[in-house]
Design a protein around this ligand. Structure first.
Ligand code: PLP
Length: 472
């Protein structure tokens, strides 16, 4: 293909996607609205895309930029003298490494450790449990505030527990857990306490928060902060900070047990592009502490304005007062959130449906970034129209027989052809028998919403498997 054809095709492919810029995609992407900061980030991403973080002595620039980023974060989240940190590829990797370091630090083998998690914790902790053989002890949050329940968390700690976790804030409801109480529970028992500030860590430092969550809280041992979220850096970069170097030791890895170079890794990757790290370095310098203060304020103001506006829309309510820049909206039963999400998409706005979980109803999730602030009135009128349309069509009723059948299925016993049949039943089959996603996702989402979590996981994995098949 000629260069101009490749460029044209890339643009064509990208037109299939949700827009990453413009402030109308309210999950997955973060937009500062600052063209110059974006441009600098992209230049740095390209400049260092071939550099390899595998060996910091060969690429000392990467080490220098990593230390700069860790220092900046440390200042923002009150890290004490002697703190350390590592740059990772994303929030999930930061969480994985926090869990691994806790298990290693306790000298526990896979299958011999547990961690106590509020039910609102990010799914990355379940992934860590799966990867590293750390059992999850999931404790329901307070049903009124959606914050972790410290009394229940304390009661859940076992002899093999190595870690207590809290979020600042939680993704699904956007509230900060009672970090001081959780950290005290951990400290009294000599355990670690990780604060998952993946999404809040680069926005909360500029806002007033009802609960302290940084290293000022005694007993907090590590904090994760994503740079590819509210630091507005291109994707692929996060930070994991530890109160002291000994706490980090457990996620370092070395192997001299082969004939090549001694492999020495601070994180999960070995060959590691310098691009995302350099991009984050450039963007954080371009925006600066003052710039982030302004961006955080405008994202927060947009959040509060949308919360007020949404509460005034008949049929809709804000689930809980937001502590940060995330919102969860629920309906009163006169319509369903899945139809609202489809209606919003038809009006050019992406909002993210969240399924019901442990007594929490299905909701619509909004992640507000600075670039959305100027279009809050436009967003609210689209939302009012969407809710009105969803009320006019009424809530999707899942056939009770189908729901009962779904509840009775054991996903472990289902074969590939069973899954083909179920996916067709769910409306996901195209004419040729191949998988096809419908224009409107609400009927599928409503069905998935009533499916038990294990079945939902298995069905969606079957979808993913069928979507990711090459053609030749
Ligand atoms: C986004 C997020 C993560 C995971 O981060 P990824 O960058 O998507 O891997 C973990 N915890 C919270 C609270 C998050 O919002």
């Amino acid at each position: 293909m000629r260069s101009d054809e490749i460029r044209a095709r890339l643009r064509e492919l990208q037109a299939m996607d949700l827009p990453a810029h413009g402030g109308r995609t309210l999950a997955y992407v973060y937009d500062s609205g600052l063209a110059e900061a974006d441009a600098l980030g992209l230049e740095a991403l390209a400049m260092f895309s071939g550099s390899n973080g595998l060996d910091p002595t060969a690429f000392p620039s990467l080490l220098a930029m990593e230390n700069d980023l860790v220092s900046m974060a440390g200042a923002l989240i009150d890290a004490p003298a002697g703190f350390v940190g590592s740059v990772t590829s994303g929030g999930t990797e930061s969480v994985l490494l926090a869990v691994l370091a806790a298990r290693e630090g306790a000298g526990a083998a896979p299958g011999e450790a547990s961690m106590v998690l509020p039910s609102t914790v990010h799914a990355a902790f379940h992934k860590a449990a799966h990867y590293f053989g750390v059992e999850t002890i999931v404790v329901d949050v307070d049903p009124a505030t959606f914050r972790a329940d410290p009394v229940a968390m304390a009661a859940a700690v076992r002899d093999d527990t190595v870690l207590v976790v809290g979020s600042a804030p939680s993704y699904a409801q956007g509230v900060i857990d009672p970090i001081p109480e959780l950290a005290a529970i951990a400290a009294e028992r000599g355990l670690r306490c990780h604060v998952d500030a993946c999404i809040g860590g680069w926005v909360l430092p500029w806002l007033e928060t009802p609960i302290p969550w940084t290293f000022t809280v005694p007993g907090v041992t590590s904090i994760s902060v994503d740079l590819h979220k509210y630091a507005y850096a291109p994707k692929g970069v996060s930070l994991l900070l530890h109160r002291d170097p000994a706490l980090r030791r457990g996620h370092f890895f070395a192997s001299a047990d082969w004939p090549g170079y001694t492999m020495l890794n601070s994180t999960m990757q070995s060959t590691k592009s310098g691009g995302p790290l350099a991009a984050a370095w450039a963007v954080t310098r371009a925006i600066g502490v003052e710039g982030y203060a302004e961006l955080s304020r405008s994202a927060r103001d947009a959040t509060l304005a949308i919360a007020r506006g949404a509460d005034g829309i008949p049929g809709l309510r804000v689930v809980v007062e937001p502590d940060s820049t995330l919102l969860a909206l629920a309906t009163d039963g006169s319509c369903d959130v899945f139809t609202i999400a489809d209606e919003m998409l038809a009006r050019g706005w992406y909002v993210q449906p969240q399924m019901a979980y442990r007594g929490t109803p299905a909701t619509v999730h909004l992640t507000l970034s600075a670039a959305t602030a100027p279009s809050v009135p436009e967003f609210l009128s689209a939302l009012a129209e969407s809710v009105a349309a969803a009320r006019a069509s009424g809530p999707i009723e899942v056939d009770p027989g189908l729901a009962a059948a779904a509840a009775a299925l054991d996903p472990a016993t289902l074969s590939d052809s069973d899954f083909d049949g179920l996916l067709a039943l769910a409306g996901l089959a195209g004419g040729d028998g191949a998988l096809a996603l419908p224009e409107r996702m609400a009927p599928v989402n409503a069905l998935l919403d009533v499916a038990p979590a294990a079945l939902r996981e298995a069905l969606l994995l079957a979808v993913l498997d069928r979507l990711s098949r090459p053609s030749r």
